[in-house]
Design a protein around this ligand. Structure first.
Ligand SMILES: [Zn+2]
Length: 105
């Protein structure tokens, strides 16, 4: 079991998730509008799948961010869904949308 995060910590993660979600949503809107978008600045956590279009890749990450927003503040937060190991807090601080532990990635 991981230590209960403080309300300040939760608020920080919530803010990071909202900010990332906004950035992704803006990029997705631009892509759908046919604008040229540089995805590298968004630091997408996934490799591009073969044949995957930019909007699909953005939606995949957006889904992950919104799943994290739903988990935040619940007992599932910070636990790997595959093995239930805690995801280190430094990892969550860097990327609060991280789902799996390093062993399961
Ligand atoms: Zn795991």
């Amino acid at each position: 079991m991981i230590a209960e995060p403080s309300p300040e910590q939760i608020a920080r993660w919530r803010q990071q998730l909202a900010f990332k979600g906004q950035g992704l949503y803006a990029a997705l809107s631009d892509v759908l509008a046919g604008k040229n978008v540089t995805l590298t600045t968004l630091k997408l956590p996934h490799e591009q799948k073969p044949g995957e279009r930019p909007e699909e890749r953005l939606r995949r990450f957006l889904d992950q961010v919104s799943r994290a927003q739903k988990r935040l503040g619940t007992p599932a937060w910070g636990l790997c869904p595959r093995c239930q190991a805690p995801v280190p807090e430094v990892v969550l601080d860097e990327a609060p949308w991280t789902e799996t532990c390093s062993a399961c990635q």
